[in-house]
Design a protein around this ligand. Structure first.
Ligand code: SF4
Length: 257
């Protein structure tokens, strides 16, 4: 098991997200050991605003030690406004191999659930089995953009394997939880040539799929048919979801005329 690099304190925890499918969110870790090379939007933003200087700094996670204290203070004020809290948009709540991050994420979800607030989880790590004893309202998700481990090692170097991720999701689905998959950022064929249907077939048990294109990466625009490629893959996802009775959301800007 790995140790976080340190502890920091924050002044606030819960905030409303501007992301198109989110409500409230919380980010109780600074940085993310997963170190995705798509690149990671959260890393780019932290770098732009001078909070993080280098990639090496970004992959050293610092835990917000007063997370639960802040939640206890903020929940009573916000609970009537909150429909759900997503963990997380700027870090990963189940950072692979980091017990301390897992523990504080579970404690945070318990605290929110105790106050009748549903949690929506998204990870590139493993969803812990303990999630199966928390509120049945919670929704659990993984990111899955490929099944190729060579690609994963290059693009998401410190994450869990795809198999581990999928089976932890299936475990929670079998317990009766709503599950979802974010297929985002989906790579173009000049990055990896793969069959989207093969990926979709692996996750045909989920309740919702979100599909989105890869942004902020010039390799995409080097693929001359990238617009029609994304239109075609988005339509495949829509068709697949229709056939399998799965809710689908195509991220803005993925389908273009
Ligand atoms: S898991 Fe998410 S937050 Fe962490 S590096 Fe990857 S994209 Fe960024």
């Amino acid at each position: 098991m790995k140790k976080v690099y340190g502890y920091i304190k924050r002044k606030t925890m819960l905030y409303k997200t501007g992301v198109e499918y989110g409500d409230y969110t919380m980010n109780h870790v600074q940085g993310c050991s997963h170190g995705c090379n798509y690149p990671c939007y959260a890393f780019m933003m932290k770098k732009r605003f001078g909070q993080i200087k280098t990639y090496d700094e970004w992959i050293k996670p610092y835990l917000v030690s007063n997370t639960i204290e802040l939640l206890k203070k903020e929940i009573p004020k916000l609970k009537d406004k909150i429909k759900s809290v997503q963990l997380c948009f700027s870090t990963d709540p189940f950072m692979y191999g980091y017990d301390e991050v897992e523990k504080i994420s579970l404690d945070a979800i318990r605290e929110l659930n105790k106050n009748g607030i549903k949690c929506v989880v998204l990870t590139k790590g493993i969803l812990p089995e303990e999630l199966g004893s928390l509120s049945k309202e919670n929704e659990y998700g993984i990111t899955l953009v490929s099944l190729n481990e060579g690609f994963r090692n290059k693009m998401e170097p410190n994450t869990s394997t795809y198999e581990e991720r999928i089976s932890s999701l299936k475990f929670l689905h079998d317990l009766g939880y709503k599950t979802w998959v974010s297929i985002e950022p989906y790579p173009t064929p000049n990055i990896i040539d793969q069959d989207l249907i093969e990926i979709l077939n692996k996750i045909d048990f989920v309740d919702k799929i979100i599909f989105g294109r890869l942004n902020y990466n010039k390799i995409v625009s080097e693929y001359k048919d990238f617009k029609s490629f994304y239109n075609q893959e988005a339509n495949k996802t829509i068709e697949f979801c229709k056939k399998n009775n799965i809710l689908v959301h195509i991220k803005d800007g993925t389908i273009r005329g």
